[in-house]
Design a binder for this molecule. Structure first.
Ligand code: SF4
Length: 469
């Protein structure tokens, strides 16, 4: 019998248009809208959006102008590794208090920047505005100009007041900030066979894996934006021949700005799964149109795939027919997830994202099997309801989705900021298979299912007794 608490989980009226079941009705989904009031969205705020994008620039100072909670919430937010400086891992804040809210926080910000820049001598400084700064109206831009002039360290305001939109608006604020650096460095000596890697954040060293592939192909990587990022590389990245954009939600705007200003073409890429990883490398080789690069790419893909495929077989055997749910930040990543799960013999029964657009969701539903639920900007109740209804064995998502899975007694795999295992590239696909296999086949879920059954029958009994009395 189905649990009564689940059957009473209704979808909010305003949310219905954001949910589509493939095959039930012609495809139509609402997206790119403000979250529905009353729905506890899984999305983060504008400030958080800009923080996750800029955070991996390792030799820059990152100062959060706001209450300490905003800084604590985003402290070391990504497992973004640096091959050199570690300054990005600090979370500096002006710690605005009641007095500052009344009299303004500009002096405090100025003083903090003078001290920090003198102490750390960073290559640049990013100053993030939070909700309260938007309300009290501190002129952060003027302080940044003054500090830049006095210290010679470029100090860039990030207009990321948390309340003024969604995480996606934070991406835009971050791109505007980065745009102030692009074009200010010397491009001499950059090869015509060169690219920038945009939208990879070096979680567990993934940017290094991807950069190594491109270098083995004979391609120069001018800047990695922002994984293991450096200010001086970003300053000269307008000298690259091509921008390769992953995580299209966060970096497309910067790539578009560079296309308009410097004529640099853009290609989209995903580095997850065998198909998408290989395609990303071949797309770059084709664009650069160089025989040696193409030959190197063919050799690389052949070598890596022939090593990987036999290793995946043993995982596939156990995972065949298992059902997964995928909830990601941008929808482009969800597409790669579906393909990777298919490689492992698994079926995706729910696929959703926080910030997908019409085009992304159309591709998502095209790729999905009949009956797959597609969700835009979901909330915990909806997600729990569909996980139950679709009998998912596994949820793949980020830190905010983890407790939902565990409360339901389901396996969970982190595919977002906090993980310590690289999932990009060919070796990443093997890690992904190991992660999924270890989670789905863990015996602990059988115990959790028993416990859940007890809880449900007790809940149903209480409901029945309530109905009878
Ligand atoms: S910027 Fe606003 S919404 Fe974001 S963490 Fe700070 S207070 Fe919360």
């Amino acid at each position: 019998m189905q649990d009564k608490t689940m059957t009473t989980t209704d979808i909010l009226e305003g949310r219905k248009a954001h949910i589509h079941e493939k095959g039930a009705v012609p495809f139509n989904i609402a997206c790119e809208k403000q979250s529905v009031a009353g729905s506890v969205s899984q999305r983060a705020c504008v400030f958080c959006g800009s923080r996750v994008v800029l955070y991996p620039i390792a030799d820059a100072l990152h100062v959060i102008h706001g209450p300490i909670g905003c800084a604590a919430y985003t402290w070391d937010i990504r497992g973004a590794w640096s091959s050199g400086p570690q300054l990005h891992r600090m979370s500096f804040s002006t710690d605005l208090q009641e007095k500052d809210v009344i009299y303004g926080g500009e002096k405090k910000l100025y003083q903090a920047l003078v001290e920090l820049i003198e102490h750390y001598r960073p290559k640049a400084a990013f100053i993030y505005s939070t909700c309260i700064v938007g309300l009290i109206g501190d002129d952060v831009e003027a302080i940044c100009r003054r500090i830049s002039a006095e210290t010679g360290v470029e100090t860039i305001p990030v207009h990321s007041e948390g309340f003024k939109g969604s995480k996606k608006d934070g991406y835009s604020a971050a791109c505007n900030a980065l745009n102030q650096l692009v074009g200010t460095g010397d491009t001499n000596g950059i090869s015509p066979l060169s690219i920038n890697i945009l939208g990879d954040f070096n979680i567990a060293g993934e940017t290094w894996v991807i950069k190594d592939y491109y270098e083995r192909m004979g391609v120069e990587v001018v800047a990695t934006i922002t994984g293991d990022g450096r200010v001086d590389d970003i300053r000269r990245c307008h000298g690259a021949a091509l921008n390769v954009v992953q995580c299209s939600g966060s970096m497309t705007q910067l790539a578009t700005m560079m296309k308009e200003k410097y004529g640099i073409p853009i290609i989209r890429a995903s580095y997850f799964g065998i198909e998408d990883m290989s395609k990303a490398l071949y797309d770059v080789a084709e664009y650069l149109n160089d025989k040696t690069v193409m030959r190197n790419t063919q050799n690389l893909v052949r070598d890596e795939v022939s090593k990987l495929v036999p290793q995946l077989r043993k995982y596939k055997k156990d995972l065949k027919g298992k059902r997964a749910a995928v909830y990601t930040g941008g929808a482009f990543k969800a597409l790669s997830m579906i393909r990777s799960l298919r490689t492992l013999g698994m079926k995706t029964v729910i696929a959703g994202s926080q910030t997908g657009n019409q085009q992304d969701y159309a591709r998502l539903q095209e790729l999905s099997d009949e009956g797959t639920i597609i969700l835009d900007d979901t909330n915990p109740l909806e997600l729990a309801k569909f996980l139950e209804e679709k009998k998912a064995d596994l949820l793949i998502g980020g830190v905010k989705e983890r407790p939902i899975a565990y409360k339901l007694g389901l396996g969970f795999c982190d595919h977002n900021h906090e993980r310590k295992i690289g999932l990009a590239g060919f070796e990443g696909m093997l890690n992904f298979a190991k992660e999924v296999h270890g989670t789905v086949t863990s015996p602990v879920w059988k115990l959790a299912a028993l416990h859940r059954k007890d809880v449900w029958s007790a809940t149903s009994r209480q409901h029945r007794q309530g109905d009878e009395s």
